[in-house]
Write a protein that binds this ligand. Structure first.
Ligand code: MN
Length: 288
């Protein structure tokens, strides 16, 4: 099956998403595998967790996003495998399946904490270690009983990387561009974004997506108080006006898709990188 379902859902003459090369099965014992989380503003906002396995990206859509609080059990819907090249994709899907904005929210490597990933998947219990910019430490994906078998739960184990922080709210921006959804829209699809608002040129769906993107950016700005330095230059990008973002984009337009093996680009400071101090600072200033 591999990428059949992925390709069947998409029209690659319309979507900038990668079509994907044929997956190769590679034995990778002891090798760290690629993982990412893409924040996807489509009909609904959700976070797509993707884990490299056997030449493709296993994928789960997590409506509320990952939580580093072990008390949270986050629903994760198992969806179709994606091509490896998809893992660094950030951009705008103007039409068709998943139409909306994709942000590369986290990226890094993962290690299975089980001997056989295939067996763990069929058993519905995969323990894993994440080495991301935002997500680190020990996690589990556990399939729920009943239903159609596509419902899993994403759980953080108790370790030094766990904490009572809403990580999605604390670190809402892209680790690829540093921007929010509006910045990605302005850079990738200036035709859908004019004079600091959604252009009438787009479809009704994209107009709605753009309006939600604005609301999300405003909420993020408000949450950060405009002067929270705990996220460094990341937050400054939030206040970037889309027109300015567009101007910047002409000089430094990030590639929509690069190879999965490319090293992480300039990675903004996040709780993972700056450790416990930043996290406890955030816990004090922003009660959940
Ligand atoms: Mn998605």
């Amino acid at each position: 099956m591999a990428l059949k379902e992925y390709r069947a859902k998409r029209n690659f003459t319309v979507s900038p998403e990668p079509k994907g090369a044929e997956p190769k099965t590679i034995k990778k014992r002891g090798v760290r595998l690629f993982f990412c989380v893409q924040k996807h503003l489509a009909s609904h906002l959700h976070y797509d967790l993707r884990l490299e396995h056997d030449g493709v990206l296993l994928s789960w859509a997590v409506p509320k996003g990952p939580s580093i609080d072990p008390a949270d059990k986050r629903l994760a819907m198992h969806v179709e495998d994606h091509p490896i090249e998809y893992g660094t994709f950030e951009g705008v899907i103007p039409d068709g399946y998943g139409a909306g904005i994709v942000m590369l929210w986290d990226e890094g490597t993962w290690e299975p904490l089980v001997d056989d990933v295939g067996e763990a998947l069929s058993k519905g219990d995969l323990k894993l270690q994440l080495h991301g910019v935002k997500l680190k430490g020990s996690w589990a994906l556990v399939r729920t009983k009943g239903g159609d078998g596509r419902s899993w739960l994403l759980l953080k184990h108790r370790d030094e990387w766990a904490g009572p922080i809403d990580i999605a709210a604390f670190a809402p921006l892209s680790i690829k561009s540093g921007g929010d959804f509006v910045d990605i829209l302005a850079q990738e699809s200036p035709d859908l974004w004019t004079s600091n608002r959604a252009a009438k040129g787009g479809s009704a769906h994209m107009l709605k997506v753009a309006e939600r993107a604005v609301a999300i950016a405003e909420a993020n700005k408000k949450a950060s108080g405009g002067q929270d330095d705990s996220l460094g230059h990341q937050e400054n990008n939030t206040s970037l006006k889309p027109q300015e973002a567009r101007k910047q984009a002409s000089s430094a337009k990030p590639k929509a898709a690069t190879t999965a093996s490319a090293p992480a680009r300039s990675t903004p400071r996040t709780p993972g990188a700056s450790g416990r101090a930043a996290r406890s600072r955030a816990a004090r200033s922003r009660p959940r």
